[in-house]
Structures are given as structure tokens and as C-alpha cells.
Design a protein around this ligand. Structure first.
Ligand code: 5GP
Length: 210
């Protein structure tokens, strides 16, 4: 059976990355797809774990070679998802989790209809602003861009399958875990198991008639 693709989106500062990391610690059957980016590395980040940090020229080279499932300019930097990683993992039955922006998610939706789209929202716009200011990871200009971009992202919630409103990180992690578990046991994804018992349908019908 093919692995399931989970796509997490939502405004910067909503807590997506923390929720993703928390859920991945608990779940063994999902792998995180590490994106490529031209954004400068933050102090606590590790190349190859958080992102593959590349120059604009390297990014352009990868893009030309068709290495990206999707790519976008987000808050003034380039970000891209590795097509090869996602496709090969899914093919070998591994579930994959992406943490990408809303435009990237919409691009994936056009290509992989069976993917599961999850939006992480802050409890309010005011709280989002406060969180972004408090975390001190961006300069003033970058910060303002992220706040401005959040308006568009929040306007796109209705395009998603699930909404996690991040009031409490532990609860949000549990909600993400529940989505991932529930999606795996959907009847529509259990063709092999369901198929084994299709034969009994005619027997059951006969019994119904008598
Ligand atoms: P940050 O710079 O805060 O790590 O990420 C900024 C935004 O870029 C976040 O919304 C994040 O989800 C998004 N992002 C990260 N990787 C990718 C990617 O490969 N593609 C797209 N479209 N967005 C990404």
C-alpha cells in the first residue's frame, strides 16, 4: 500500500514546527520531508535536519533539473520540496509529512489529490503577532512580511481537510497524531483487507432474502 502524504500549513508563528516535531517523536510510521531553502540558517538549526540550506544558484539548479515537487518564494526566501524523497518514500509505503506554506500546499493538492491537508492556526491574529515578535528569529522587515503574509494564509483555511487551532501545544500535538492515525485506518485506504471479504457479499445477500 502507498504511504499517505500529510501536508501541514499555516502562518509563520502559529506553532507548526513545534507541533510537527512533537508528533514525529511519538509516531514511528511517519517521516518528515526536509525542504531546501535559501533562507539563512537560524542558530538552533542543523543543515540536513531542519532544512537543506542552499545558495540561490544551487536552488535554481535544482529547480531547473525538476527536483522539486513544489517550490515557492515565502516571506522573501525560496523553499522547495524534494520530489524524489516524497515519491520514493510514498511508493515504498512510508507516510510522509510536509511543513510547507499555503501556496505550496495548494500546488501539492493539484498534483496529489489523496494527500491530507492540515491547517495550523493561531488562536487569534493578535496572538500570532505577539508570538512572532517574542521569538526574535526575524529582523523587523522579515517580521512585517510574515505578519502581512499571514492574512492571505488564514483566508485559505477552507481549502484544508483539518484545522488545528493551537491554543495549547500538547493538545495540538495530540490532534495531529489523531489525524495521522485516523487517516491510516480509513476504510477507503484499506483496500486489501476489505477485498478479502468482498466474496461474502453474495452470501449475505442470499441470507437476507431467505
Ligand atoms: P521558516 O523560514 O519559518 O522555517 O518557514 C517559513 C515558511 O516556509 C513556513 O510557512 C514553512 O512551512 C514554509 N516552507 C518550508 N519549507 C517549504 C517548502 O519546501 N515549500 C514551501 N512552499 N514552503 C515551505
Amino acid at each position: 500500500m502507498e504511504g499517505i502524504l500529510f501536508v501541514m500549513s499555516g502562518p509563520s508563528g502559529a506553532g507548526k514546527t513545534t507541533i510537527v516535531k512533537g508528533a514525529l517523536r511519538e509516531l514511528e510510521d511517519v517521516e518528515f520531508s526536509v525542504s531546501y531553502t535559501t533562507r539563512p540558517k537560524r542558530e538552533n538549526e542543523v543543515d540536513g535536519r531542519d532544512y537543506f540550506f542552499v545558495t540561490k544558484a544551487e536552488f535554481e539548479e535544482l529547480r531547473k533539473k525538476g527536483e522539486f515537487l513544489e517550490w515557492q518564494e515565502v516571506h522573501g526566501h525560496l523553499y522547495g520540496t524534494s520530489k524524489n524523497y516524497v515519491k520514493s518514500k510514498m511508493k515504498s509505503g512510508v507516510n510522509v509529512l510536509l511543513d510547507i506554506d499555503v501556496k505550496g500546499a495548494m500546488s501539492v493538492k493539484k498534483q496529489i489529490k489523496e494527500a491530507v491537508f492540515i491547517f495550523v492556526a493561531p488562536p487569534s491574529f493578535k496572538e500570532l503577532k505577539e508570538r512572532l515578535i517574542k521569538r526574535h528569529t526575524e529582523g523587523k522587515e522579515d517580521l512585517e512580511k510574515r505578519i502581512e503574509d499571514a492574512k492571505y494564509e488564514l483566508s485559505m483555511i477552507s481549502e484544508f481537510d483539518y484545522l488545528i487551532v493551537n491554543h495549547d501545544v500538547d493538545q495540538s500535538i495530540k490532534q495531529l497524531e489523531s489525524i495521522i492515525i485516523a487517516e491510516q485506518i480509513k476504510v477507503s485506504r484499506r483496500g486489501e483487507f476489505v477485498g478479502k471479504y468482498k466474496f461474502y457479499k453474495s452470501v449475505a445477500r442470499k441470507e437476507e432474502r431467505t
